[in-house]
Write a protein that binds this ligand. Structure first.
Ligand SMILES: Cc1cc2nc3c(=O)[nH]c(=O)nc-3n(C[C@H](O)[C@H](O)[C@H](O)COP(=O)(O)OP(=O)(O)OC[C@H]3O[C@@H](n4cnc5c(N)ncnc54)[C@H](O)[C@@H]3O)c2cc1C
Length: 427
């Protein structure tokens, strides 16, 4: 069994360089957020250095399932309740538009990343899950009345979804999928073509303010002087951006790909490339690729770094439970870290003068990383975080035990694992 992401089977060699001694902007972490911010900066004439701790694009950006989901993992009504109607709506709309804008960008720039616009179907198996889907449907329809989103019930659900009998389905035609590695490598190629510098295996150890302006970024290969420093490390936080650790929680997410399904198994799917997501508290998501392989993902708990054979067994059991007519034979199993925030919204803004960050996309990271990257570039060029994105107006909240004691993310994993187990409902 292969423990590398399926996408890396078609990986190209990504050229990297020795780090510069000086750059206008230095990025800590080299995934989609860094590259989508760096491209407009390079176009604006900045010298840009990306420092990546591991292989190029080896973080979540090449490990994702590939969903381009519309919206964030929190409902419009919950955002309104927390931030008031105006900001609540702005937050929801900005997040929803990010996925739509990204699809348009991929199409406009003809980025070859297997963009598939077959839409998403979310299925419910009990009345509580149904209520959540009905709410999601109404919220999407209120903002995008021409989206052709629909609720499907009874026999019609099995037309969309041949697996375990669901009681309700919510079909969202606005959500899409990509091959995340192909998308990230297309950004990488554009970054290099514009003269950007990307140094792999070059972990940042410290960011030190200089006496005058700017920073010294200390890394594995020495140091780089920077006018601006940008933290784009996703859930891979460390003491380099220690202030973020109280509100960014790295959690594990895992994916399995199977050998190609038989002709007969494949024929059972009327919409084979459409993503199907369960409405469980721990969601599972699945789709078939062009080679008839089932790609199946889900959070098994909040722990990062679970052993592959355990992950394989659990994901295979879950997939068999949801698709009992398929003989699940896994070929690839991999995992990675994604970053959660307490608000369930992306966290971005300024850490210090000319020091910025964006992370915490709560599983919506392909559209959010791309979008927040563009917004980071605007902040750097304008020298301000004001009026650039609604996300900076929803303040960060630290994770707290019993809503009182602030917790560092090491302790949180255990706390959230126990909390989430209470919701777990694999009937
Ligand atoms: C298994 C899995 C499935 C997912 N599925 C989806 C999905 O279907 N749809 C979706 O929208 N999102 C999904 N996500 C989330 C999405 O992949 C991420 O949110 C997004 O890729 C984050 O991009 P990024 O550039 O911010 O971070 P990354 O791509 O993770 O890049 C951050 C980089 O920072 C580097 N780094 C860390 N510390 C240092 C340091 N000190 N010095 C230098 N470099 C450092 C890391 O090595 C890493 O490469 C998934 C994530 C995982 C793990």
């Amino acid at each position: 069994m292969n423990t590398q992401p399926l996408w890396l089977e078609e990986a190209v060699t990504l050229e990297t360089q020795a780090p510069l001694a000086k750059a206008d902007a230095v990025f800590v972490g080299g995934g989609i957020t860094a590259l989508s911010a760096a491209i407009p900066l390079l176009k604006a004439g900045f010298t840009v250095q990306v420092l990546e701790a591991n292989a190029p694009l080896s973080g979540a950006s090449s490990r994702a399932f590939g969903n381009l989901d519309v919206g964030v993992s929190v409902s419009n009504s919950a955002l309104r309740a927390q931030y008031g109607t105006q900001l609540g709506d702005e937050l929801w709309l900005e997040a929803a538009n990010a996925a739509i804008e990204l699809q348009a960008y991929i199409a406009r720039c003809q980025i070859a990343c297997d963009l598939d616009t077959s839409g998403h179907l979310k299925v419910a198996f009990n009345s509580r899950q149904e209520a959540g889907l009905v709410n999601e449907y109404h919220e999407l329809n209120a903002v995008f009345p021409h989206s052709q989103a629909k609720l499907v019930r009874g026999q019609e659900v099995s037309h969309y979804w041949p697996g375990r009998k669901a009681t309700l389905g919510f079909f969202n035609p606005l959500s899409a999928t990509v091959n995340p590695y192909k998308f990230a490598s297309a950004l990488y190629a554009q970054f290099l073509a514009l003269g950007g510098h990307y140094s792999a295996y070059c972990a940042v150890k410290q960011v030190r303010p200089d006496k005058g302006e700017g920073y010294t970024v200390v890394h594995q290969a020495g140091h780089t002087q920077a006018e601006h420093v940008v933290h784009t490390t996703n859930g891979y936080t460390s003491k380099v951006s220690g202030a973020l650790r109280q509100h960014i929680l790295p959690i594990g997410s895992y994916i399995m790909a199977t050998n190609p399904l038989s002709e007969q198994e494949y024929k059972a799917f009327t919409h084979p490339h459409q993503v199907v997501t369960t409405a469980y508290h721990f969601k599972q998501y699945m789709r078939l690729d062009q080679q008839r392989r089932l790609i199946f993902g889900g959070r098994l708990g909040l722990s990062t770094g679970l052993q592959e054979h355990k992950v394989e067994r659990e994901l295979r059991n879950l997939a068999t439970h949801l698709l009992p007519f398929v003989d699940i034979q896994s070929s690839h199993v991999w995992g990675g870290k994604l970053a959660m925030t307490r608000t369930m919204l992306p966290s971005m803004g300024a850490l210090a003068h000319k020091q910025y960050y964006a992370m915490g996309y709560c599983g919506r990271g392909i559209p959010m990383a791309w979008w927040c990257g563009i917004k980071l570039a605007e902040m750097i060029v304008q020298g301000s975080t004001r009026n650039i994105t609604s996300f900076t107006r929803a303040p960060n909240q630290s994770f707290r035990l019993l809503n009182l004691i602030p917790l560092r993310n090491e302790l949180l994993s255990g706390y959230f694992y126990l909390k989430d187990r209470a919701y777990r409902e694999f009937q």
